[in-house]
Design a protein around this ligand. Structure first.
Ligand SMILES: [Zn+2]
Length: 330
């Protein structure tokens, strides 16, 4: 049997238009919760937790402690991934409230945990419902408001890796290259580049188009059964840099530079990608140059140690690093 995971139901509505009758277990980040506290005042919160990190042992403890009839998450990738884990473990329904469109985790059925300096995705569950209040998202800090565009722009480098591995016969049997899926991914990439300016400005139409891109990117990965169309060397770079810089940095701050550096190493034009990231206020200077260089030099070994699907990151040479560092596209 082949199982295709679903997308969550999406509701576009003011958070104040809320008719929740169940006892709520709330998983949140403090800043996000503070931003919507008044709007969610009618929720009957009987338990709440702020996860400190993406560590399975902590989430497992929270899942045991959790009380309530429905899990809500209010926050970004960390709160969402933890809430998906807790809801799956306790077999509870899950409602996610993004206060910013910072990642694609609102739509996926897996949670990223940090283990041995890398990110491992464990199957949890897709949220049953994602509620987007555009007024809330528009008011989010600009650097995270539309930062999830990185998870669509990563198609540029992820799909390139997928083709590159295909030419070398390096794709595993369960993730063969699929030209149709690649074409659909390319269309989503073009749409993300198109909507970047409006989404970055917090315009409702632009934010909706970004949600369309994120949801379709996730659904494409659900249909092909893996994330090769949108996840490759740029994510490996982000995971490796995170293992040096420590956890807690926004996903987009790491993936954005990863996309530009890897696209340059792949010989791709980085201009439109850079413009889109800048339009969405993705900080491109979070990773110091010496950490970028150190990360790039160690990346081939890192990819092999963590058994990551083949991409340009596996084949970076010292000469390529020197050339990349003298022409950093950041
Ligand atoms: Zn990502």
């Amino acid at each position: 049997m082949t199982r295709v995971w679903p997308l969550p139901e999406l509701q576009y509505r003011p958070l104040t238009d809320n008719h929740e009758a169940r006892d709520v277990a709330l998983v949140h980040s403090a800043a996000a919760r503070a931003a919507v506290a008044e709007r969610l005042a009618s929720l009957r919160v009987v338990w709440s937790a702020e996860p400190a990190g993406a560590v399975e042992s902590e989430w497992s403890r929270l899942a045991e402690e959790c009380v309530g009839e429905v899990v809500y998450s209010v926050g970004g990738g960390l709160a969402t991934d933890a809430a998906k884990y807790i809801a799956a473990r306790r077999r509870l329904p899950l409602v996610c409230i993004p206060t910013a469109l910072s990642v694609d985790a609102f739509f996926t059925w897996a949670s990223g945990v940090r283990r041995d300096g890398c990110v491992h995705y464990i199957p949890t569950k897709a949220p049953d419902c994602v509620v987007v209040d555009f007024e809330v998202v528009a008011a989010a800090p600009p650097s995270v408001r539309a930062a999830g565009i990185g998870d669509v722009l990563s198609i540029a480098t992820g799909s390139w890796d997928w083709r590159y591995a295909h030419e070398r016969g390096a794709n595993p049997e369960d993730a063969p290259y699929d030209v149709g899926a690649d074409r659909i991914a390319a269309a989503l990439l073009a749409e993300a580049v198109e909507c970047a300016e409006a989404a970055g400005a917090g315009d409702e139409g632009g934010l909706r188009r970004l949600i369309d891109c994120l949801a379709l990117e996730v659904q494409l990965c659900n249909l092909v059964g893996h994330s090769r169309p949108e996840e490759g060397s740029e994510h490996y770079f982000a995971y490796a840099a995170e293992s040096v810089l420590g956890h807690g940095l926004p996903h987009g701050d790491l993936v954005g530079p990863g996309i530009l550096v890897m696209a340059a190493l792949q010989g791709q034009d980085t201009q439109s990608l850079r413009r889109a990231l800048v339009a969405c206020h993705t900080p491109l200077d979070t990773i110091p140059a010496d950490v970028i260089e150190q990360t790039l030099r160690g990346l081939p070994q890192y990819c092999r140690a963590h058994d990551l699907p083949h991409g340009i990151a596996h084949d970076i040479t010292d000469d390529m690093v020197s050339a990349a560092m003298s022409a950093l596209p950041l």
